[in-house]
Design a binder for this molecule. Sequence first.
Ligand code: F3S
Length: 395
Amino acid sequence: MLRSLLEKKDTIEPSSDKMELTKSEENILQGKEGEGKKKAMEILVTLGEINEAEKLIPVKSVQVSGVSYMTIGDAGLDFIRDWANAGAKAAAFATLNPSGVDIDMAEELGYPEDFTKKQKQIIDVYTSMGITPSCTCTPYLAGNVPKSGEHIAWAESSSVIYANSVLGARTNVESGVSALACAIVGKTPYYGLHIEKNRKPTFEVKVEADIKDAADYAALGYIIGQESEGIPLFRGIKPSKDEMKLMGAALATGSIHMFHVDGITQEKIKEENLEKIIFTKSDLKDAYAKLNTEDEPDVVCIGCPHCSVEEAVEVIKSNPKKETWIFTARKNKDAIEKHARGKNVKIISDTCMVVSPLKALGIKSVGVNSAKAAFYCRNLSGLGVKFDKIKNLIK
Ligand code: F3S
């Protein structure tokens, strides 16, 4: 499917009768700026037409997913290599999602050599296209921080929901392929959450449960994300930014890509009389029960989405008794590592517990405080999961 997009010739007419394209966009579509850019424009025009976008708009930054060799395999590597060989280069500032391994620690942690080699090739291809190999799902904690109101084109659902809700930037959830196309053209189709009127809350969540900790926020996000659609307005909670990071990632395990928290998030709310959901103490208890399959995990994995420096230092200062791996952006690794000397923790960059082949390292179960990690470690990686508050996981 991915390769066929590159291999097809002349299947899309070099114009769009549904979208308004500028002269320079038409030129790209006609191949006047090379085959690689032409293919990117074809993808964006097709995406725009499907979603009834009237035009393309420039984006300030792009977050590209589809980086781990575990998830894209040889087919994905060949696909991006073909695109790079067709002359594709990023026209917008673009950063990368986590890969499958922290190459500096691959030997120490026992990653298969072939996996590390293939992973390096993937990152080299993206870098050759002008994409910054940041390898984090929290680009906003590592130098790619959009301003409120800015249009961006991000893949990676946890970063999309954070950008829309907490930062007030505007993005749809791009796929790995469409994000790469956006990076190459520097634009995205104008539809969905780019448009003001589509960013309003569509239902209200009245939180009656006592939400005390990041894992509680993740549990709340998981239940609402799995059981509803649209844009929730939360009332009755006061999350920190790090807590919204975990709640948002959990909401996005379903189809929610933006939320509001009354009095906390960026955009002002005028809506009254929205349909109301009550989140009770027993809903919170159910979430923990649903996410747990294991009592004694092999290793505790914190950092889904990647930890901020503050979160990581707090975990380290709690002196974990259980072996604990903390996943973070490489940019923040040094600031965290200086607190970790002599402690039972490993600070790991460029990857995470979900997109890394933990089973190949002999790990069968993980302890996590992230509902997103619990969901995907079980469903994608087949790992056993203990979902709990950090203080309970590390003791
Ligand atoms: Fe990030 Fe991996 Fe979680 S990409 S959001 S740490 S699944």
